[in-house]
Design a protein around this ligand. Sequence first.
Ligand code: GAL
Length: 422
Amino acid sequence: MRSRRWSVTAAGLGLVLVASACGDGGGDDGAGGQVEVFSWWTGGGEEAGLDALIERFEQENEGVEFVNAAVAGGSGTNAQAVLEGRLQSQDPPDSFQGHAGAELQDYIEAGYIQPLDDFFDEQGLHDAYPDQLVEQISYDGSVYSVPVNIHRSNVMWFNPALLEEAGVDGPPETLDEFVEALEAVEAETDAIPVAVGAQWTVDHLLESVLLGSLGADAYNALWEPGANWDTPEMAEALETFETIMAFTQEESAAEDWQEAARRVSDGEAAFNIMGDWAAGYFDELGALPGEDYDWAASPGTDGTYMWLSDSFTLPEGAPNEEQALSWLELVASQEGQDLFNPVKGSIPAREDADPAEYADSPYLESALAEWQAGPQLAGSFWHGVTVGNRWKNDIDTAVGLYLQNGDLDVLNEALHEAAQTE
Ligand code: GAL
């Protein structure tokens, strides 16, 4: 078995890159003005989705300058820290990307964002979104953000040729089968059994292993404040996590999710557990579904959609509120969602999107069908659905320590502790 030498030297990737100029915060200057939109969509697969929206926004809002304030780093690892600093110092962008669910509640409780009830009424959005999603963006009876998509976190991407070379007959369905497959890849091929990237991709892997090992009901129950994580079931889940981590590659910490996913489509790695933004990236790379890569639900999670949703907000004190509302109008619209999501690798948050727009991608076609069939739902913790930033950061710190000291008991205790202090 491969020894675990995963280092955390590049936690957070170190680099904070601003994709383009930050807004001058100068407010609406009358002549069309500007709109500054903050996200972390700068990399492969992600930027293209944002660009599709920007292009349409510029066509529809002639004279309004679009200021793309995206900060690089998958899953917002760098962006969220930059954003927090700006919000605290009352220098908000005109709109920022945040996840529906507990993460959004943090912003609401801090008084950083405005309710959007009038906007929802004007745009007829209550009927456009599923009720459960509206609940996740509501607080005290008001709605606070505009979801643009639904992503799936629990996807296992794999390289079909490597599985065949290893003698693995089809994608593993359970965690036990997954470990057997990793052993076979290790024994029979030169490939990395399972690719990871920066530390957050390990947090991401952890949520899929917890879901696969505990099942959806027990996984969902973990996020009740005060939940008991100190159980034999959790110990077993974490042992499985440790076993899987032993099959990951070295020198991964400086890479983001794109590099880990690309290893699969390039035939360097057999598996990668990553959200379906990878589908957008594979498309951009020109990788062929069914040949260069294939997918299945992450082991033990078939039938459960571990979901998350990117949504855009209207900050308190947004310098260009009128233009921000035009941006939100595009993000909320069927047209905007059908432009963005097929490129981004996500399905629309609206219920009336056009399935034909997704039919070119075998992955998205199947994801949309599965979503519309009403699967069992679980919320992604890493991507803000089930926990706010404090709890999420505590888990990340515990995982970071574990990657350094390899002590599973300490990890379990820290995870339990993190659940007690909500
Ligand atoms: C998630 C986000 C996705 C995608 C991913 C990787 O948190 O919701 O849209 O950007 O991070 O960066």
